[in-house]
Unconditional design. Structure first.
Ligand SMILES: *[C@@H]1O[C@H](CO)[C@@H](O)[C@H](O)[C@H]1NC(C)=O
Ligand SMILES: *[C@@H]1O[C@H](CO)[C@@H](O)[C@H](O)[C@H]1NC(C)=O
Length: 347
């Protein structure tokens, strides 16, 4: 992951010195058709997600009353103080016989150190200058689950990269969402892993914890993983830049003779749509002011940070934090159809 040097250069433009950032692993909490942000109370949501973070995750998480740190007894993310929830769609491989199988996920590596995940994804909090941590009840969405038009995607912030090796230390390429990175999911038998990057907006209106589309209370300021630039006047509060990385291990699907013969991509997201519909959901849930402390005290990567009271847990600990799948359906192994909601019911 040599992109740090690129990020550091970009950060230098905004502040006197390059800043540290949090970069840590989260294991799978559950794979389920549940979405308390976009479809609160809906049993079960139209498409499947993979969810990580605190185990208070549920179909309804009322921003005014659901206290994530208070209700969670564990988190599937590295830092004990972080009971936020993070989720994305899941990726399926479609074989030419019309059946589907979920693509497994793994942690990321590189010069900054191996991240150990049991499924799940990796999360970054990238500051740029002085940032203001999120408030309890804060939530947001990046990307759009229904979008099929690649031109409508914030391509400098949501993208995919083809890795031709399963060795995640064998990093190739520049900063996230630059170079040959694509909005579409790469479909080349040479890809052994596909890295998905989802970068969230970095500026907040300072008032609303959420908005009807879960996006209009925040704004992007620039592109890429550099913490963001100067905030527009309507969104004056600089927030930590959240980035998700999902490493989809497609090494078992490289045999092109298994691919659909009509030329369509064998890789699709759980909405039955390609890369243009990639999206990430976030519900803030750090304990007390621990995230603010982590940003102010320059906590780095996935290490203990005593100055901010952060405790990094062993992978065996965060990997053991799970919740029970609620939708009564199979999500693993070969499936005759995608687990898509037939009429979603409001609870
Ligand atoms: C999830 O919500 C349901 C219904 O509101 C509740 O019965 C259940 O206890 C909750 N589960 C958890 C793990 O909080
Ligand atoms: C479909 O193809 C996959 C990949 O070759 C195979 O493992 C699976 O058993 C097939 N399923 C059916 C129902 O033919």
């Amino acid at each position: 992951m040599q992109w740090t040097s690129v990020a550091a250069v970009a950060l230098l433009a905004h502040s006197a010195a390059a800043q540290n950032m949090l970069r840590f692993a989260c294991s799978q909490l559950v794979v389920d058709r549940v979405d308390p942000l976009v479809d609160p109370g809906v049993v079960y949501t139209p498409h499947l997600h993979q969810i990580v973070g605190g185990n208070s995750f549920n179909i309804t998480m009322d921003p005014a009353t659901h206290d994530l740190p208070g209700l969670s007894t564990c988190t599937s993310c590295t830092f004990k103080e972080d009971t936020s929830n993070y989720w994305t769609a899941v990726m399926f491989f479609k074989a030419k016989n019309g059946t589907y199988i979920r693509v497994p996920q793994t942690g990321n590596g590189g010069p900054q150190g191996q991240l150990v995940n049991k499924g799940g994804l990796d999360v970054y909090y990238i500051p740029s200058g002085k940032v203001t941590a999120f408030k309890p009840g804060f939530r947001m969405l990046a990307g759009s689950a229904a979008n099929e038009d690649p031109k409508k995607v914030q391509s400098g912030s949501i993208c995919h990269r083809c890795w031709t090796s399963t060795n995640d230390n064998n990093f190739v390429g520049g900063a996230p969402c630059t170079g040959s990175d694509t909005v579409e999911i790469p479909s080349d038998p040479k890809c052994k892993m596909i890295r998905q990057t989802i970068i969230f907006p970095t500026c907040w209106d300072g008032k609303n914890l959420d908005s009807p589309d879960h996006k209009s209370h925040v704004s992007y300021s620039g592109q890429g993983a550099n913490g963001g630039g100067t905030c527009p006047s309507a969104f004056p509060v600089k927030i930590p830049q959240i980035m998700y990385e999902v490493m989809w291990d497609v090494s078992n699907f490289a045999d092109k003779s298994l691919w659909p013969t009509d030329g369509t991509s064998p890789y699709i997201y759980s909405m039955d749509v390609g890369g243009a519909a990639a999206h990430g959901d976030y519900i803030f849930g750090w304990k007390g002011d621990s995230l603010q402390q982590a940003m102010d005290k320059n906590c780095n990567l996935n290490k203990d940070c005593p100055a901010a009271g952060l405790h990094a847990q062993d992978p065996s600990v965060y990997g053991a934090c799970n919740v029970k799948q609620q939708a009564p359906e199979k999500v693993d192994g070969w499936l005759a159809a995608l687990p898509l909601g037939t009429p979603a019911m409001k609870a």
